[in-house]
Design a protein around this ligand. Structure first.
Ligand SMILES: Nc1ncnc2c1ncn2[C@@H]1O[C@H](COP(=O)(O)OP(=O)(O)O)[C@@H](O)[C@H]1O
Ligand SMILES: [Mg+2]
Length: 302
């Protein structure tokens, strides 16, 4: 048993919509830590008093969604002086909030699709004035494509708005990028090769993410080398603009003219054996256990 990291808690589960995926990520990380000879324990805040986390030397966060990815648990760990992986509380909160993330990116000229925050008073005409049809509707704070729909007409919009506004009172409509989807994994200030995501559904929805297994992940992405390097550099800038550190993922779309648009940052990405960050790491010869170790090294009090 090595003791350079002390006793590590793998924070997993929780009570968000993404609990099931978090348990898979946490389970995979836990087994990797064991293989690395690091003293590790699974810690599910739904089963245990979160105050008990103070008895660990480091926390590896594999919670996804609200609670675990939105800055709350990060603020708690900071208040208890416990070192943890991932971004700090403020950046996690911003990263979870698509409106705030996009406003920040906008202010720095980092490309992101046009959008409009909508409420029950917003008319369809106002949306058409701001962005064209089709467009996407999204809850500002959510994940896993929950509450996300592609809208082609007013009736669809009205129905979707009712559904999405129940998930979050902050709702956005966003210009549809007609093209392909990609992701850039970032660990400890470095980007991994870009992965192209090709879902068989109309977009990368909940079903494509977790139920069906026919999404294609393509790495190398097929983007021309120099172009991929400059987009990756900009992805790192987009990540840092939100204040993110340690590790995460930045997703972007590319339209048919080859223009790219960042759509979101994920501060606690999936870490199952077939998740995207492990897939990108593998492309540069970093196996799952080495990746877990690299991420654990970034744990600190922040
Ligand atoms: N502006 C857009 N144009 C085209 N497709 C989009 C756009 N925004 C989102 N999508 C599709 O919807 C999926 C989920 O959207 P995303 O903003 O990443 O939300 P989540 O946080 O739920 O993952 C994306 O992976 C992509 O397939
Ligand atoms: Mg996404």
């Amino acid at each position: 048993m090595r003791d350079d990291f002390g006793k590590v808690a793998v924070l997993m589960g929780g009570d968000s919509n993404e609990r099931a995926v978090s348990l898979l990520s946490g389970g995979a990380v836990f087994l990797a830590l064991k293989r690395l000879g690091i003293e590790a324990e699974a810690f599910d805040p739904s089963d245990r008093d979160i105050n008990e986390i103070q008895s660990y030397n480091r926390v590896f966060i594999t919670l996804h969604g609200r609670g675990g990815e939105d800055g709350s648990v990060q603020a708690f760990l900071k208040s208890k002086n416990v070192a943890y992986t991932g971004s700090d509380s403020l950046s996690s909160a911003i990263g979870m909030d698509k409106i705030k993330t996009k406003l920040l990116w906008r202010s720095l000229n980092i490309p992101t699709p046009d959008f409009l925050q909508v409420n029950e008073k917003t008319s369809y005409i106002e949306i058409l004035d701001a962005i064209s049809v089709p467009f996407f509707i999204k809850p500002s704070n959510e994940g896993s494509s929950i509450g996300i729909d592609k809208i082609k007409n007013e009736k669809q919009y009205q129905e979707a708005f009712l559904k999405t506004s129940k998930i979050d009172t902050n709702v956005i409509v966003e210009k549809f990028v007609d093209g392909e989807e990609f992701t850039v994994a970032i660990v400890n200030g470095k980007t991994f090769p870009v992965i192209k995501i090709k879902p068989s559904n109309e977009f990368y929805d909940y079903e494509a993410k977790y139920i069906k297994d026919d999404t294609q992940y393509i790495c190398p992405s097929g983007i021309e080398k120099n172009k991929e390097a400059s987009i990756s550099e900009e992805a790192l800038k987009a990540f840092k603009a939100v204040g993110c550190s340690s590790w995460g993922r930045v997703d972007f779309m590319m339209d048919k003219a080859g223009r790219h648009y960042f759509i979101e940052v994920n501060t606690s990405p999936g870490m199952t054996s077939h998740s995207l960050v492990p897939m990108a790491a593998k492309e540069v010869g970093i196996n799952f256990d080495q990746l877990v170790l690299e991420i654990l090294k970034t744990a600190d009090v922040k």
